[in-house]
Write a protein that binds this ligand. Structure first.
Ligand SMILES: C[S@@+](CC[C@H](N)C(=O)[O-])C[C@H]1O[C@@H](n2cnc3c(N)ncnc32)[C@H](O)[C@@H]1O
Length: 233
């Protein structure tokens, strides 16, 4: 009798394991912990490449997601997809990113920029992560769209003179307000300021993006999206 009960328990445990493995998310994607974001009907919906170039870039992103995340502080895959979608939707010609890391979010931007004919200027202070980024941009075949600027971005961004279509702030949290102050004048009307994980950035930044009547701010996943409004005619 005891043997029978043990066998039933064993069979139930086995069945549970099989069911769990069949319903589990594929590993890697969205390992930043924000996958799905409550839109359960879309969970597991992977980006579909429309051509060979897109397939190549997506496969590099997937490899980075699986094998390079440790210590890179990358945006989750879902946030990367939002960055790409917004950049392509506004037809961005110039994206400025503060916080390159190993190039993960930058490559999501490039996925859009290759169709808009635009370019990415990305800033980082850490040579180790930046050298990985250079390799990743190259193997994704997007290095010709990217300028990587080394140094303290609080200094290096002051050299930017061209208009910005999309500004992405994803570096030192205490610096968000300063980056915004220095670069908002360069963001074109109708352009976007995207800021990542603003939980720890301080009230000054939150006030700057929510109390200015010329800006409109909403959030999706870890991405805070701020529109620099156009003036009405
Ligand atoms: C959160 S990670 C960026 C992740 C990247 N956007 C991604 O999703 O792949 C922040 C990066 O900002 C860089 N950083 C921090 N302070 C900086 C500064 N003052 N100037 C330039 N880069 C800085 C760090 O070296 C780090 O690589």
């Amino acid at each position: 009798m005891v043997k029978k009960i043990m066998l039933v328990i064993l069979a139930a445990a086995l069945l549970l394991t099989v069911v769990e493995s069949l319903t589990a998310q594929p590993p890697g994607r969205g390992s930043g912990g924000r996958r799905g974001g409550g839109i359960s009907a879309l969970q597991g919906h992977a980006p579909l490449p429309a051509n060979e170039q897109e397939r190549k870039i997506l496969s590099v992103l997937e490899d980075m997601d699986r094998n390079q995340r440790r210590g890179m502080m990358n945006v989750p895959e879902q946030d990367g997809r939002i960055l790409r979608l917004l950049t392509e939707a506004v037809g961005a010609k110039h994206v400025v990113e503060i916080g390159t890391s190993n190039g993960y979010s930058g490559i999501w931007f490039c996925l859009a920029l290759r169709t808009t004919g635009g370019k990415l200027t990305t800033h980082d202070i850490d040579e180790g992560r930046a050298s990985l980024a250079r390799k990743n941009f190259k193997r994704a075949g997007v290095d010709n769209m990217v300028t990587l600027v080394m140094g303290d971005a609080h200094e290096t961004v002051t050299k930017i003179k061209e208009p910005i279509d999309v500004l992405f702030i994803d570096a030192d949290k205490e610096g968000y307000t300063d980056y915004l102050k220095k670069l908002l004048p360069l963001v074109r009307p109708g352009g976007l300021i995207l800021s990542h994980n603003i939980d720890m950035v301080g009230q000054g930044f939150i006030d700057a993006i929510t109390k200015n009547p010329n800006l409109e701010t909403v959030q999706a996943q870890g991405v805070t999206m701020t529109l620099k409004k156009r003036q009405s005619k």
